[in-house]
Design a protein around this ligand. Structure first.
Ligand code: IMP
Length: 193
């Protein structure tokens, strides 16, 4: 069993990642480090800079392996808004605000995607892994599982929102499931070498 740290303050994210890690025989450990996230147009830049900030705050992590993850919801009709600003938008206008912005927008123009970027730190290097989930914003909130924009996002090929899925199903279709799959596949290939 290989040990890796996932630094996040989000319990749901950790639980999704823990489930996925088990499939790769990786023992994921959760630590929470308070750090300030930069605002930037690129999730990759945010993820990389968060990693560097954490190393500044916690020099004891320099000889450990850890990763952080940053995600955003990109709505095509709103030209990619809220994207990297998703956290602020969720805290301010929330799901109801997004539905208001899309009021009267027909079904065929409600496409959106989630993107997840993982920054993995090991031995002085940072590597990025990403995953995308295509789907649409439905017209009302559905489901009670998950977090954030899950109740209004329905992935392509499903008639359920992320909030109507258990963690396993969300991981199969979800952006974070995909970026984690990339990370863990890469790690298990290396560990076998
Ligand atoms: P964060 O900066 O990666 O924590 O994510 C930005 C915002 O996007 C969060 O506040 C969540 O509201 C939302 N978000 C991130 N990942 C997900 C997800 O898997 N489902 C629903 N909302 C998400």
């Amino acid at each position: 069993m290989h040990n890796i740290l996932f630094i996040t303050h989000n319990k749901h994210k950790f639980e999704e990642a823990y489930e996925k890690a088990k499939l790769f025989n990786i023992n994921l450990q959760w630590i929470n480090v308070e750090y300030e996230e930069i605002q930037d147009d690129s999730l990759e830049e945010i993820a990389r800079s968060s990693c560097l900030k954490i190393l500044e705050l916690r020099p004891d992590l320099k000889d450990k392996s850890f990763f952080i993850e940053d995600a955003g919801l990109f709505i095509d009709y709103l030209k990619g808004f809220p994207g990297p600003y998703s956290s602020y938008v969720f805290r301010t206008i929330g799901n109801h605000g997004i539905l208001k912005l899309l009021y009267d927008v027909p079904d065929n123009k409600r496409s959106a995607f989630f993107k997840s970027v993982i920054a993995y730190y090991n031995a002085g290097q940072i590597e990025l892994f990403s995953g995308i989930a295509q789907g649409k914003i439905i017209k009302e909130l559905r489901g009670t599982q998950g977090f954030g924009f899950d109740p209004i996002f329905m992935p392509v090929g499903s008639n359920k929102t992320f909030a109507q899925m258990n963690k396993e199903s969300k991981n199969l279709k979800g952006h974070r499931g995909k970026s984690l799959q990339e990370l863990f596949t890469s790690l298990s290939n290396r560990l076998r070498l």
